[in-house]
Design a protein around this ligand. Structure first.
Ligand SMILES: Cc1ncc(COP(=O)(O)O)c(C=O)c1O
Length: 387
């Protein structure tokens, strides 16, 4: 009886999913068919520990190394410079804490921006509080873009690290990574880039952009959740303190048995060209969507140049975004944090100058190859009903 009820509930929730329109691809993506297929097989077959010396262990290890090579190739790096992690949050932790805590003698000043992903801000607050680091938080312009000159002006003798995200997850703004990278190189300051939102959407060459460390995540590119990578330039010569101590895996920097099926799924997502092939489609969709938003009295919060077309942040007067996000069948994100009684507007929107009401009228929609003009048309119609 209970079993039947449970099955009915499951079927009902699956039916609900079919009714919904997913427009939150910047938060996470479904698995691509190619990824799913490979992972199902890997879950069945790749159970041996890749650190084991026996034949099956060695086969798993070889497959993992192929994926490491794929990732390295995709950003112009060497295989020996890639560390597998659980995702971009962990990569960011290993890059920032790992580097600065192993190089305290080089200085205790870090530069980042005030609109980084929450995990970067949390790492910086931890370093300030527990280790006395001084952090300079660069504010964006009102269009969500960081001025490279502001970052350069903040550089000091004791600056040990600069960490700036490639693409902002709420606005889609593309930051001037190459200029900042060049300035870091000249001053011998390490440069870390959180590329969770840009990887495979913007070509990345770590040499051309002068990036020393780069964080990426599989579930933003139609791969599985729980796997990511950190690129570290000249890994063997760079002092990094592990965040997860273990049995020597990943050059002793990240302990724990490597998750073979997740890594192989990550590899399949890296190889698949669906994202790259649909860039023009998404550019067209973004242009269509922008014009519809404006036509219907909305205001675009995202910049109107230097943005990725996959993310559009907008606001509508008299619109209650939190109600819409909670109740609508259009799955998108508000970008505001609700803590029990208080609704706070997103710190990113606050940083680009929006007040509480404007923040609460704002919504982030993220597009992908599955998205259609018709869905966006319906989205606006529904949103206007709620306004
Ligand atoms: C810019 C950015 N950095 C880091 C993360 C965290 O990634 P993960 O979920 O892989 O830890 C995200 C995910 O939302 C992101 O958008």
């Amino acid at each position: 009886m209970i079993k039947t009820q449970k099955r009915e509930m499951l079927e009902a929730s699956l039916f609900l999913l079919v009714e919904m329109i997913y427009l939150d691809f910047a938060a996470s993506t479904p698995l691509l068919p190619s990824v799913k297929e490979l992972m199902f097989r890997a879950v069945e077959e790749e159970y041996a520990n890749p650190s084991s010396a026996h034949k099956l262990g060695r086969i798993a290890a070889e497959k993992i190394e192929e994926v490491r090579e794929l990732i390295a190739d995709s950003i112009g790096a060497y295989r020996s410079e890639i560390i597998f992690t659980s995702g971009a949050s962990e990569s960011n932790n290993l890059a920032i804490k790992g580097y600065v805590l192993a190089n305290k003698n080089k200085g205790k000043h870090i530069i980042t921006s005030s609109i980084e992903h929450k995990c970067i801000l949390a790492i910086c607050h931890f370093l300030e509080k527990e280790y006395g680091y001084e952090i300079t938080y660069i504010s964006p312009k009102t269009n969500g873009l960081i001025d490279a000159q502001d970052v350069i002006d903040a550089m000091r003798e004791d600056t040990v690290l600069v960490s700036i995200m490639h693409v902002n997850n709420e606005l889609g703004s593309i930051q001037p990574i190459e200029t900042i990278g060049k300035a870091c190189l000249v001053r011998d300051i390490k440069f870390h880039v959180d590329a969770a939102q840009s990887y495979k959407k913007i070509p990345i060459d770590v040499d051309k952009l002068n990036i020393d460390m780069l964080s990426i995540s599989a579930h933003k590119i139609y791969g599985p959740k729980g796997i990511g990578a950190l690129y570290i330039r000249d890994l063997r010569e760079t002092r990094i303190q592990p965040v997860i101590h273990g049995a020597g895996q990943e050059h002793g920097l990240r302990g724990g048995t490597l998750a073979t099926p997740l890594i192989l799924g990550f590899g399949a997502a890296v190889t698949d060209e669906t994202i790259e092939k649909n860039l023009d489609n998404i550019r067209n969709l973004n242009a269509f969507f922008r014009s519809k938003v404006i036509e219907n009295g909305g205001i675009i919060n995202s910049p109107n140049f230097d943005y990725i077309p996959h993310i559009l942040n907008m606001r509508f007067p008299n619109f209650d975004a939190s109600q819409f996000v909670a109740n609508s069948d259009f799955i998108c994100s508000q970008g505001s944090a609700c803590s029990s009684m208080n609704i706070e507007i997103s710190y990113v929107l606050r940083e680009i100058g929006l007040n509480f009401d404007e923040g609460n009228q704002s919504i982030r929609v993220s597009l992908a190859h599955e998205t259609t003009q018709n869905q966006l048309h319906e989205f606006i119609k529904n949103l206007k009903k709620g306004a």
